[in-house]
Ligand binder design. Structure first.
Ligand code: PEP
Ligand code: MG
Length: 568
């Protein structure tokens, strides 16, 4: 994890591949790969009338065995890993796809052929729906392979636990595989597909396994080859010098132990304060975050509380949920985001129109134009929760693109005695940050969407992961512009997108005069500790240097030169 001399010599003596860094840390070991998927016969066997009921029973039995195994693994796992395994088990037993397979079996298709066809039908449907549903296609294909293997009587596909600590390389990993990983045996992982927000990435982050995704050329590296994965820079070095690799791993371990002991509050080494806040999605998430040194909540994603609702929750019901989060953080800062419905997070009660291009459609604050009641009732609920808990939350709107939207939102929020802000996720909002601030108390930069809209690249697309990298200089230019607008009038401008979870980039953002960094609870100590290791002047020089660069790799290298040490 150290850069400079060693890194360059390592890259010169061994070949290095590059991908999108997801979880910082260094892992070194022989390559292990998942067990191959079962071979699916091209021809469908037809089953005689008399044997169809037995074939159907065989199919149902295979599904039950697969679901039971997934549930057994869920019970041995914890946190997000357990949830993913449980969700995959539920999907395996989903009536819709099983029904489609059963219909085929009843009309004479064999169980394997019926499984393949039914999953194909549903994968196509999910893909068309896009967003989060499209991400579940990997889960569906994984279920298909497990059921087919069970029907064929061959070993279940996926990972076999390696005998020595290894680096896991794969084209893509099924969430069920990632969830079962043992970090002491899988010391790093890299995939040739997958985006920074994929399931693989989320679980790797939870398990603390260094991870790089979207690495071109990875599929040609044979099992057993020694490789080093650097999750901070996105490097995958094939056959590195053994001594150098061991030294990098050792330095990384010491560095990680040091970072984990950080206790807050957020500030640079010379005492320049930058609030370190948590991103949460409900009461339990807030309680988990409150056990970290987070100084408050920088992003409460309220829409995630209601993804499964057909009917809009009442004001009282919403107030109870919001109050849980406000209470957990007592008098500390909580920034609540109003419903960011639409695109990859459709809310059934928000009445989205059918759209050809939902990421550019009616999402976030735009829903207020067609259904202002939903926004007003949510703000009533926030005000009620604030009153009940004796707190004064900050409230921000997502996907704001115009000053008029911000002014209208601010008026509604102020009417209720709350503090208004908006997210900077659309380039137009970044460009007009100074004019937005005439109406608002604060801004919060959502780098995930800002990157998507600045680079015209779907944030869910693994092929475009390099474009949605928050280190893209064009994205950082807009971030700097918004931060400058806040500094000029003395109003807070935070960052709450994934960029704030990258410890190196967090220092650069502080150098751009961002006043708070809000990230997943698991990233808090890493970000806080990294910031505490550098001076504000170093951060400023890094920001200046990064803004001169023309691509993400050069931007990272420029930041490292100014900020020194490790990229974590
Ligand atoms: C963002 O876009 O950066 C953000 C924080 O919002 P979300 O990831 O929920 O779209
Ligand atoms: Mg967003």
């Amino acid at each position: 994890m150290t850069y400079g001399g060693e890194e360059i010599s390592m890259d010169q003596s061994a070949s290095a591949l590059h991908g999108t860094p997801v979880v910082p840390g260094v892992g070194y070991g022989p390559v292990t790969r998942p067990v191959a998927r079962p071979v699916v016969p091209a021809d469908v066997t037809s089953v005689p009338d008399t044997a169809r009921e037995a074939e159907l029973a065989r199919f149902e039995n295979a599904v039950a065995v697969v679901a039971d195994r997934l549930r057994a693994r869920a019970s041995r796992a914890s946190g997000a890993a357990a949830e993913v395994l449980q969700a995959t088990a539920v999907l395996a037993e989903d009536r819709a796809w099983r029904g489609a397979a059963a219909t085929r079996i009843r009309s004479g298709t064999d169980a394997v052929g019926a499984t393949v066809a039914a999953i194909e039908q549903f994968a196509g449907l999910f893909e068309k729906m896009g967003g989060l549903q499209a991400e579940r296609v990997t889960d569906l294909l994984d279920i298909r392979d497990r059921v087919v293997a069970e029907l064929q009587g061959v070993p279940e596909p996926g990972l076999e636990m390696p005998e020595v600590p290894s680096v896991l390389l794969a084209t893509d990993l099924a969430p069920a595989d990632t969830a079962g990983l043992d970090p002491s045996m899988v010391v790093a992982l890299a995939t040739s597909l997958g985006g920074p927000t994929s399931h693989t990435a989320i679980i790797a982050r939870q398990l603390g396994i260094p991870c790089v995704v979207a690495v071109a050329g990875l599929d040609d590296v044979p099992a057993g080859t020694p490789v080093l994965v650097d999750g901070a820079t996105g490097r995958v070095v094939i056959e590195p010098d053994r001594a150098e690799a061991d030294a990098e791993v050792a330095r990384d371990r010491v560095e990680r132990e040091r970072l984990a002991s950080w206790a807050g509050p957020g500030a640079t080494a010379d005492g320049s304060p930058v609030e370190i806040l948590a991103n949460v999605q409900d009461g339990p998430g807030a309680r988990a975050a409150s056990r970290t040194p987070a100084q408050g909540v920088g992003l409460f994603r309220t829409e995630l509380c209601f993804l499964d609702r057909d009917i809009e929750p009442t004001v009282d019901e919403q107030a109870d949920i919001y109050a849980e989060v406000f209470d957990t953080f007592g008098g500390r800062k909580v920034v609540l985001r109003t419903l960011d419905a639409g695109s990859d997070k459709p809310l059934r009660f928000a009445n989205h129109p059918e759209e050809a291009n939902p990421a550019l459609g009616v999402r976030g604050i735009r829903i207020a134009a067609s259904a202002p009641g939903v926004l007003d009732r949510q703000l009533d609920a926030v005000a009620l929760a604030a009153e009940r808990t004796g707190t004064r939350p900050w409230v921000m709107a997502p996907m704001v693109a115009t000053v008029a939207e911000a002014a209208d939102f601010a008026a509604r929020v102020r009417e209720r005695g709350l503090s208004p802000g908006v997210m900077i996720e659309v380039p137009s909002a970044a460009l007009l940050a100074d004019r937005l601030l005439e109406h608002l108390d604060f801004l919060s930069i959502g780098t995930n969407d800002l990157a998507q809209y600045t680079m015209a690249a779907d944030r869910m697309s693994p092929q475009l992961a390099a474009l949605t990298d928050p280190w893209q200089p064009a994205v950082l230019e807009l971030v700097a512009r918004a931060a400058r607008a806040g500094a000029e009038v003395g109003k807070p401008v935070g960052v709450c997108g994934e960029a704030a979870a990258d410890p190196l980039l967090a220092c650069v953002l502080a150098g751009m005069r961002v006043t708070s960094l809000s990230c997943a609870a698991s990233a808090i100590t890493f970000v806080g500790a990294r910031l505490a290791s550098v001076s504000i002047d170093q951060c400023r020089s890094a920001a200046e240097a990064v803004l001169q660069t023309a691509d993400p790799a050069t931007a990272r290298a420029a930041a490292l030169r100014c900020l020194g040490g490790s990229a974590e």
